[in-house]
Design a protein around this ligand. Sequence first.
Ligand code: G3P
Ligand code: MG
Length: 251
Amino acid sequence: MNADHRLEPNAVLPKVIGHRGAAGHAPENTLSGLRKAHELGTTWVEFDVMLTAEGTPVLIHDETLGRTTDGKGRLTDHRWEDLRGLDAGAWFSSAFRGERVPSLHQALAVLGHLGLGANVEIKPSSDQDATTGVIVAKTLQESWPANLPAPLLSSFSEKALAAAADQAPEFPRALLVGKVPSDWQARCDSLGATGLHAGARQLTEKQARRVIDAGYTLRVYTVNDQALADRLFAWGAESVFSDFPDRITPP
Ligand code: G3P
Ligand code: MG
């Protein structure tokens, strides 16, 4: 893909994006998390999407169920019909007992209702990169709420992002990295990605400025501290992803 044909999001993203919904306040990647982010005044959220055994896209971060649900084993060994009864809230707090793992379809309905924009992180389980990219992109093409700005797709998996781009070239993309690799620009260009989403811990001012000076949008995760956010904004970051979006005051 050529850099000249890169897509920009059709909306200006806010300075602070809710991470996994609003993961500091409500169980991550749940409908309550999306609602909580909205309640806090957040206008965009990020969440993670992975496929169940038969290929239903659902909101979850880990390949295994144990940390965020009362289920066991790998997500890819469970069908949606087995998964939908699991509790995805009690681990966080008893106030969220009965919360479920949402399907992407359910989450999209809530986003549309709340008027909440989203960065959909494609999170393939092992060896499911291309399939996950295609199914997530297809689901967004079919069911993205018409009242919202286009979703921003991102992934650590370049294979998944490339497959999503083939399926849905109309959606803007960002490459996700932990540490910024030396060839970040070539990687972004080959994906038609206009943004780089980098980990806060290892990012340097020099790298940040280089990305921005080259004309790419830099967004940084996960930022729960005002001093860090101030520094990143001063370096030119467009947005930060925060578990506590209410704790970060934009410049
Ligand atoms: O998309 C930003 C951030 O969510 C990437 O890391 O592990 O929290 O999905 P992770
Ligand atoms: Mg994520």
